[in-house]
Design a protein around this ligand. Structure first.
Ligand code: FAD
Length: 353
């Protein structure tokens, strides 16, 4: 049976909830479809010690401020998941869980949203599926012959899983620095941190607040045709949250250049030196989870879906956000996703009239 509905939101993480908030405010009929069994999107699956890089007051979705977490300036992931759980209850957001959308197709004046639990015929669709389900692993020589464990950021939980082991952590971003710091601080594993270019720390007094301001200024400058400010990337890559700062200052976080290849039991550099490894943790980023949009044929040969703001240029009934600056400044952050969600909901209202 195909169910008619005005809007389907695909994904029930923070981006999907922000969409729901604005759709509800504008009186639009919608449903949110989400693969997860529980609320919280990706925040349910991060490692145990992960803390936000902004205080609670700078990590709120529209409408409801995130309460501070007692005893923590920077809330942890479980606090964020609790906040999102409370958020969807407070606004009575209609979320259908355990539902994976496999395809979105055009059918006349509707977009058919095909999921494993049914099909919806929508007048507009918001794709808010995030990136967590699409970890990216670089093509590095020897990856297929390494006999130790290989994990991605998404699989890392706690240093206790690596007690007594030699671990190579790859990646110069926040995940790489934080996971290397987590392992080094616990002192149970022998950690080698490798980065393609030397780590670029943000100044110690800069956190997510400044990143959001920089992303916004960057977008405004581009929109106004002014000189590119360089945005967030110009500030650095790694937010020096307290554990990272402590490890760095104690000399526990010293990065080596990227190795050239993996052997069966080690990482090997050009000059022939090696680090024996029982595990490699790839903190090498993510790609947008967009496979369900493939039937719409919107990707350019470079794999990108062109958008005007959040709206797909070649399919005006489709909006995308939460994937990064590409679909709105800081749209992949808690504080930044509200604005693209509001803009998308407004444009959908106009479309539905
Ligand atoms: P997600 O939380 O991933 O939610 C997407 C939802 O869609 C999931 O529930 C998923 O299961 C579902 N889904 C996916 N595909 C389908 C499908 N086909 N059908 C149905 N449902 C589907 N941001 C901050 O603001 N502050 C921070 O300090 C911060 N720290 C971060 C640290 C790390 C390590 C990472 C990776 C990110 C961090 N972020 C931070 C960024 C950002 O806030 C998160 O990535 C956030 O989870 C993105 O929210 P989202 O709703 O776009 O995606």
């Amino acid at each position: 049976m195909t169910r008619p509905v005005d809007v389907v939101v695909i994904g029930g993480g923070q981006a999907g909830l922000a969409a729901g908030y604005h759709l509800r405010r504008l009186g639009i009929e919608f449903v949110i479809l989400d693969t997860q069994a529980a609320p919280g999107g990706a925040w349910q699956h991060t490692w145990d010690s992960l803390h936000l890089f902004s205080p609670a007051a700078y990590s709120s979705l529209p409408g409801r401020p995130m309460p501070p977490q007692p005893g923590q300036t920077y809330p942890d992931a479980s606090h964020v998941a609790d906040y999102l759980t409370d958020y969807e209850k407070r606004y009575h957001l209609p979320i259908q869980r355990n539902t994976r959308v496999g395809a979105v197709r055009r059918q006349g004046d509707r977009l058919l949203v095909e999921a494993d639990t049914g099909t919806w015929a929508a007048r507009a669709v918001i794709s808010a599926t995030g990136t967590w389900s699409r970890p990216f692993l670089p093509a590095v020589a020897g990856r297929d012959i390494f006999t130790g464990r290989q994990l991605h950021t998404v699989n890392y939980r706690s240093p206790t899983d690596f007690a007594g082991q030699r671990v190579v952590v790859v990646g110069a971003g926040n995940s790489g620095a934080q996971i290397a710091a987590d392992l080094a601080l616990a002192g149970e594993a022998e950690v080698t941190w490798v980065t393609q270019r030397p780590p670029r720390y943000l100044a110690d007094d800069i956190d997510g607040r400044a990143l959001f301001d920089a992303a916004t200024a960057h977008r405004q400058a581009l929109n106004a045709g002014r000189t590119d400010t360089g945005g967030v990337a110009s500030l650095g890559d790694i937010v020096a949250i307290p554990p990272v700062r402590a490890d760095r200052d104690a000399g526990l976080l010293t990065a080596q250049p990227m190795f050239t290849r993996l052997t069966a039991t080690s990482a090997r550099w050009d000059d022939g030196h090696e680090a024996g490894a029982d595990a490699v943790i790839w903190c090498t980023g993510f790609r947008p989870a967009l496979a369900h949009l493939a039937p719409l044929n919107l990707r350019t040969p470079r794999g990108h879906i062109p958008t005007d703001g959040t709206r797909a240029v070649d399919e005006p009934r489709l909006h995308l956000f939460g994937y990064g600056d590409w679909t709105g400044p800081a749209s992949a952050t808690l504080i930044g996703v509200g604005r693209p969600a509001r803009d998308a909901a407004r444009q959908i209202t106009e479309l539905l009239q």
